[in-house]
Design a protein around this ligand. Structure first.
Ligand code: NAI
Length: 736
């Protein structure tokens, strides 16, 4: 049994609650503990007359059941008075259900001014007046839930309801914008198009239907949308007969009908009509930004049409994202080399805000310093080359538009401090692809080597706007995930200014996207001015943590994970809040001037101070290391035979004290088999996570793998059936 949704402590106003749907909502809210303002003018269905009895009766019913309610008899056009009733009786207003309504159906030709105006006054203006009166109260208390009541007549049109359809769809437009303006105050606004038997519908529906389409089938949706747990915002739902469905916009790929330096002609429109109206591969734009983006894209396509000699009238289909995960996942993007000197390290340090004003920054800014070091987050610079050079768009199965890519999250793990000069080779592969509906998330794994030695591992989470909806999964065990900070005041807060030229400086480290320097380009992307690189704020935050918790000792840096939430503008100040939990430093960054969170769910893992001079994963003494060494020897001797018998790749995560202490890959699939220590760039068929101690118990035959699995000591990802072959591999070592 799930926990019932309670509205205890919440104050709800339902307009037009004297009968029909509104009455049902009022009763349902009251039953679940809300204090309810039952508003009803008590007029006839055409908007004439007035009486207090409708609202009073509903209040009586609520009170008789032990609920809390007061009546209000004003018209919704007097919005302030309705809200005042809530404040006078209960001291606050949390939820507004705009439900009051009338009908004045006429064929369009016979619709009078009064028919038009009255409908608009009650439905559209009434909802506006009531909601505006409640808005600031909701804003101040950082909570509000609003329902607009639209209608299928508005969505689809209906004979004889021109006035009503127009007002009802007007409510959807109102709700769309309130959802955007309210979001940051936790005010959510959703729209319903209900169907239920009531006095409004008994004139148009047969009596049986009026009887069977009960109002009580609609109220549960309204209650859920108004609950504090519900995060839905800006949604439109059809509801009735015990069914609920959600609606959204769909748009054809369309066709470009303009040629560079030529007029657009109606003939071109006619000739392209089929393509303009063809819903094959239609997109589902969900915001005005997505809508505008298409136009910006078209402008550049038309412009480029002649220069590239391409066909400027082709549809957008060729550049609209199409993703096929089964083709793309696991694909290597290729090897990229990156050569650098001390100059690049220093330039990067300046780019992320280091300054000679701070004496302890000198070790990152002066190559002659006795402890000259490269900042750990510089690791993303060689790794990002694969993205910068358009590698992603060339992967088979990844037909994506590079202009729609956003950098969503970043993970970086160092296996040893970065050299201050050298040539690094990065190998990238598509670790997984997620379908987030509005877009796709591509997880790009990059392993960076110094000769043969793995130096660092990066995971870029790349969000491709509009590329979702291909029927893929929403999460992946390949993803390194963000972690919320502890629920307490931060241990340390550091504020640091970026300069007006921060982005201009940071880009010299290799991210040449004009979005960060060219005002015209930034404006096309919807920004007031060029924005700072997300990875620049990332660098700022990382050095804040490194200074506060590791005394700027780069050998203590293990890994970092962040989610990019919003951009910083050059010149703004970055405020980093930090929480220490063991060797993990959680952090969150805000823009000081606006309070906007820019980096969230972020953390840095440090090596313990005692291990500072060496990297701990290397120094940790693991009993399992001996076993793997032995397995390695066996593979050398008997590899071919084992490959035939087993034919699988096993990944191992050995943990110590709850943290990953070693990773091994036993490849008994390719060639004569191989053993590899450290993160594996390919894909294991099955990955087993087990503590060093439990691993030894299994190996020593003290427990069998199945038992360990059911006891939760051994976790298996991937092809679980293969774990049956474990015994074959491990039992030979039981003698150890
Ligand atoms: P209803 O007529 O039973 O309820 C509407 C209530 O609003 C009435 O009690 C009326 O006195 C009150 N009202 C009218 N003007 C008012 C004003 N100026 N100020 C305060 N109260 C006022 O109708 P029903 O069916 O319950 O409709 C509720 C809402 O759902 C309406 O907005 C209607 O347009 C909408 N709707 C209903 C559908 C249905 O199948 N019942 C279909 C689509 C939309």
């Amino acid at each position: 049994m799930t926990v019932p949704l309670s509205f205890a402590g919440k104050v709800v106003l339902v307009t037009g609650a004297g009968g029909g749907l509104g009455r049902e909502y009022a009763l349902a809210f009251a039953e679940r503990g809300a204090s309810v303002v039952v508003n009803d003018l008590g007029g006839d269905i055409k908007g004439g007359g007035k009486s207090s009895s409708a609202a009073d009766k509903v209040v009586e019913v609520i009170k008789a059941k032990g609920g809390k309610a007061v009546a209000n008899y004003d018209s919704v056009e007097d919005g302030e008075k309705l809200i005042q009733t809530a404040l006078d009786a209960f001291g606050r207003i949390d939820i507004v259900v705009n439900n009051a309504g009338i009908l004045r159906d006429r064929s369009f030709a016979r619709t009078s001014d009064l028919d038009w105006d009255l409908i608009h006054r009650v439905h559209l203006r009434g909802s506006f007046m009531v909601t505006r009166a409640a808005w600031n109260h909701m804003k101040n208390q950082q909570f509000g839930r609003i329902i607009m009541t639209s209608s299928a007549a508005g969505i689809y049109g209906n004979f004889g309801q021109a006035n009503y359809s127009a007002a009802k769809l007007g409510l959807l437009g109102l709700a769309n914008t309130l959802a955007i303006e309210g979001r940051k105050y936790n005010i959510h606004c959703n729209t319903i198009a209900p169907t239920a038997g009531s006095r409004l519908t008994e004139t148009v529906m047969p009596p049986d239907l009026v009887e069977s389409l009960k109002a009580e089938y609609v109220s549960p949706l309204v209650l859920w949308l108004c609950h504090e747990q519900c995060q839905e915002n800006g949604g439109l739902f059809e509801v009735g007969a015990g069914w609920i469905g959600k609606l959204r916009w769909e748009r054809t790929l369309g066709s470009i009908v303009r040629h560079k330096n030529q007029h657009v002609t109606p003939e071109e429109v006619r000739d392209k009509w089929d393509q303009i109206c063809d819903f094959t591969n239609a997109t589902k734009p969900a915001s005005i930004q997505e809508s505008l983006h298409t136009l910006v894209e078209v402008l550049s396509k038309v412009e480029a049409g002649e220069r590239l000699g391409g066909n400027p009238t082709r549809g957008l289909a060729s550049t609209t994202s199409a993703i096929n995960p089964s083709e793309a996942v696991g694909k290597m993007i290729g090897e990229m080399t990156f050569s650098y000197t001390h100059m690049h390290c220093i330039l990067y340090a300046l780019g992320v805000g280091m300054s000679t004003k701070e004496p302890d920054h000198l070790k990152f800014l002066y190559e002659g310093h006795e402890d000259f070091s490269c900042l750990p987050t510089f690791g993303v610079i060689p790794a990002q080359v694969s993205m910068m050079e358009g590698g992603l768009a060339n992967v088979p199965g990844l037909n994506i538009d590079p202009t729609r890519i956003l950098h969503g999250e970043q993970y970086l793990e160092l296996y040893k401090p970065l050299p201050t000069s050298g040539t690094l080779t990065s190998k990238s592969s598509i670790a997984d692809i997620l379908d987030k509906g509005s877009g796709a998330v591509i997880l790009l794994d990059v392993h960076t080597y110094n000769n043969q030695e793995l130096v660092c591992y990066s995971q870029f989470s790349v969000f491709v706007v509009g590329a979702g909806g291909f029927g893929g999964k929403r999460s992946s065990d390949q993803a390194v995930v963000t972690v919320p900070p502890p629920n307490r005041v931060p241990d340390i807060v550091v504020t640091d200014e970026t300069t007006r030229d921060q982005a201009a400086l940071y880009r010299l480290s290799g991210d040449w996207n004009p979005l960060h320097i060219d005002p015209a380009f930034a404006a096309l992307g919807g920004f007031k001015s060029p924005i700072l690189h997300g990875l620049c704020s990332f660098g700022f935050a990382a050095r804040h943590v490194l200074k506060q918790y590791a005394d700027n000792d780069v050998s203590r840096f293990k890994s970092i994970k962040v989610r990019f939430v919003k951009p910083v503008l050059p010149g703004q100040s970055i405020q980093t809040k930090m929480w220490k939990e063991g060797n993990r430093i959680h952090f969150e960054c805000k823009v000081k001037e606006t309070g906007a969170v820019v980096l969230a769910g972020a953390y840095i893992d440090l090596h313990p101070a005692s291990d500072a001079s060496t990297v701990s994963a290397e120094t940790e003494v693991l009993q399992s290391d001996l076993v793997f060494a032995e397995i390695g020897r066996r593979i050398k001797d008997l590899g071919g035979e084992l490959v035939k018998k087993v034919n699988a790749i096993f990944g191992w995560e050995i943990t110590k004290g709850g943290k990953t202490a070693a990773q091994w890959t036993i490849d008994l699939k390719t060639g004569n088999g191989a053993l590899h220590k450290g993160p594996y760039s390919g894909k294991a068929d099955v990955t087993i996570t087990v503590s060093d101690e439990d691993f030894m118990d299994v190996v020593a035959g003290k427990t069998n793998p199945q038992k360990a699995f059911f006891a939760g000591k051994l976790k298996v990802r991937g092809n679980i059936m293969l774990s049956q072959k474990l015994e074959t591999i491990l039992k030979d070592y039981a003698k150890l």
